[in-house]
Write a protein that binds this ligand. Structure first.
Ligand code: NAD
Length: 376
């Protein structure tokens, strides 16, 4: 196949292809063409891609069979693609309605990694997990850098410093990595999730799982959290307020598949925190877990609490994030195509999961529902 990747505009610094993965694609018999300067966000020279077997070609997109993207492309970028081209990568389908409509209207097929089934066989193609893991790590480092106290306990002749108290809300892939990272830095970590099954995982990382009575919770067959009602979320906020007030750092990671992120902390809970404390909202770009958080920005409240909506968080460790993402895409390409032909969704559960648009229609029912709720 003729494979290319679209350049990613700032502030995104991650790439869909790195030289090591270009080499693997070329070895697997694909031709890789990339626009000049593709690797610039990571200071990777064209020559490095060429050494890996890529051809530098500014018109690569117009001849490609497969177009890899790190972030949802601009709708205008689709006009240069062949009608047979397949677009693959992060497409943010529940929020990028115009893009999804344009993909369908142009009859383009698209493979959306956000729709990857969370199954064992799909793990190596699971870009949500690879990036969430790095996001959890980066969120803790950012909080540690921004807060005005040390993370570990220190006993010194000048006095004893208490360990920082970190509260992680939402213990999925990002939350687990956040707990592990905060523990490694010496913090005391509390964690909460509406899925009680994660309690054991929190304990195994040395964290304390806190429980709140919010009525019936649980998870879907796919392993995602069920959405709480507005009343349940209010009960959760009320009960969480005390733990939040005692925390130096709160990291929120809660998502509900296909919906706006749940509002976990309101102004009341934030106002209860000590001045100088830090809240990192990893869901800032999908609606925000925290009242007042802004994607890509840091806001300090009048009470002196710093709310970090940094986005995209994995871009803070863009080199590793790019390698993991490119590997995820390599495995997807290897799995989903047979001799350059995309497997049929009826024959393969992974293709069935990720194939977002084909034959002029949006295949995912969850995305169709989201589109119906918005005007073109
Ligand atoms: P996610 O990003 O959708 O959500 C993050 C966390 O927020 C989840 O743990 C969720 O339960 C939690 N959450 C949602 N609403 C909440 C609320 N009101 N309060 C507190 N927490 C709330 O989740 P994810 O990290 O993508 O993981 C989802 C599930 O999939 C997990 O069970 C994970 O272990 C599993 N998973 C499985 C595989 C696999 O088997 N291949 C791969 C990745 C993830």
């Amino acid at each position: 196949m003729n494979v290319t990747a679209l350049a990613t505009p700032a502030p995104e610094r991650r790439l869909a292809l790195v030289p090591a993965v270009v080499e693997r694609l070329v070895q697997a018999g694909h031709e890789v063409r990339l626009p000049r300067g593709y690797g610039e966000p990571l200071r990777l020279a064209d020559a490095e891609y060429e050494r890996a077997g890529a051809i530098v070609d500014d018109d690569a997109a117009s001849t490609a069979d497969l177009v890899l993207v790190m972030a949802p492309p601009a709708v205008e970028a689709l006009t240069s693609l062949r009608p047979e081209a397949i677009v693959a990568g992060f497409l943010d389908p529940f929020f990028q309605h115009d893009l999804v409509r344009a993909l369908a209207e142009r009859g383009l097929r698209s493979l959306c990694v956000e729709l990857m089934p969370r199954t064992t066989i799909a793990q190596k193609m699971d870009a949500l997990s690879s990036q969430a893991s790095l996001a959890g790590y980066a969120a803790v480092l950012l909080a540690a850098e921004r807060i005005d106290k040390a993370f570990p306990m220190m006993t010194t002749p000048a006095g004893t410093i208490a360990p920082a108290r970190v509260f992680v809300i939402g213990v999925g892939v990002a939350g687990l990595q956040a707990i592990a990272t905060a523990k490694r830095l010496g913090a005391r970590v509390d964690a909460y999730d509406t899925r009680p099954v994660v309690e054991e995982q929190v304990r195994s990382l040395g964290g304390r799982f806190v429980t709140f009575d919010v009525g019936e919770t649980g998870q879907t067959e796919g392993g995602y959290a069920r959405e709480l009602t507005a009343e349940q979320l209010e009960r959760q906020r009320e009960q969480m307020a005390k733990v939040v007030a005692g925390a130096d750092v709160v990291i929120t990671t809660a998502q509900v598949f296909g919906r706006r992120a749940p509002r976990l902390l309101g102004a009341r809970e934030i106002d209860g925190m000590r001045p100088g404390s830090v809240v990192v909202d990893l869901a800032a770009s999908s609606g925000g877990n925290v009242e007042g958080s802004v994607a890509g920005e840091e806001v300090v409240t009048t009470g002196g609490v710093r709310i970090i909506g940094s986005h995209p968080m994995p871009a803070k460790v863009a080199r590793d994030a790019s390698l993991m993402y490119a590997n995820n895409l390599f495995h997807l390409v290897t799995h989903a195509f047979d001799d350059g032909v995309l497997r049929g969704p009826d024959d393969d559960p992974i293709v069935d999961g990720v194939l977002l648009t084909a034959d002029g229609v949006v295949r995912s029912e969850a995305v169709r529902t989201a589109l119906e709720g918005s005007t073109p």
